[in-house]
Write a protein that binds this ligand. Structure first.
Ligand code: 5GP
Ligand code: ZN
Length: 113
């Protein structure tokens, strides 16, 4: 199975792309769980945070920098937002291409039962 995020980055699958540079692509989540639900994805296929390596430090820093700017552009800088890297089964990771969720636009629950 080809990676859906690689396909989006390569323009082979549709997405509402909101930002792109040489390092990352950002687009709206197809199944938003908050009024603002964006994804920042490295253009390089990295499976998850478990595959993080020291050489990716500036890339991941750039992802956070882009997320901060997108949060501002989508009006949640002041109201607040959450950045999430789901990693592995217990976190519910479903796409195995590293991605940073930006969630905001409503109060976000943070409960564990
Ligand atoms: P995960 O659960 O792996 O942290 O998050 C994957 C996210 O990618 C989910 O929120 C899901 O809705 C989103 N997603 C999965 N497939 C697609 C797609 O083809 N296009 C877009 N825009 N989002 C997707
Ligand atoms: Zn990929």
């Amino acid at each position: 199975m080809p990676c859906i995020f690689c396909q989006i980055i390569e323009g082979k699958a549709p997405a509402e792309i909101i930002f792109r540079d040489e390092q990352v692509t950002a687009f709206h989540d197809a199944h938003p769980i908050a009024p603002v639900h964006l994804l920042v994805v490295p253009n390089l296929h990295i499976t998850s945070l478990n595959d993080f390596e020291t050489r990716y430090k500036s890339l991941v820093g750039h992802m956070i920098n882009v997320a901060q700017r997108l949060a501002n552009d989508h009006g949640v800088r002041q109201s607040g937002y959450r950045l999430v890297f789901n990693t592995g089964p217990d976190a519910g990771q479903s796409v195995f291409h590293l991605h940073l969720h930006i969630l905001g636009g409503r109060a976000l629950p943070f409960h564990f039962r």
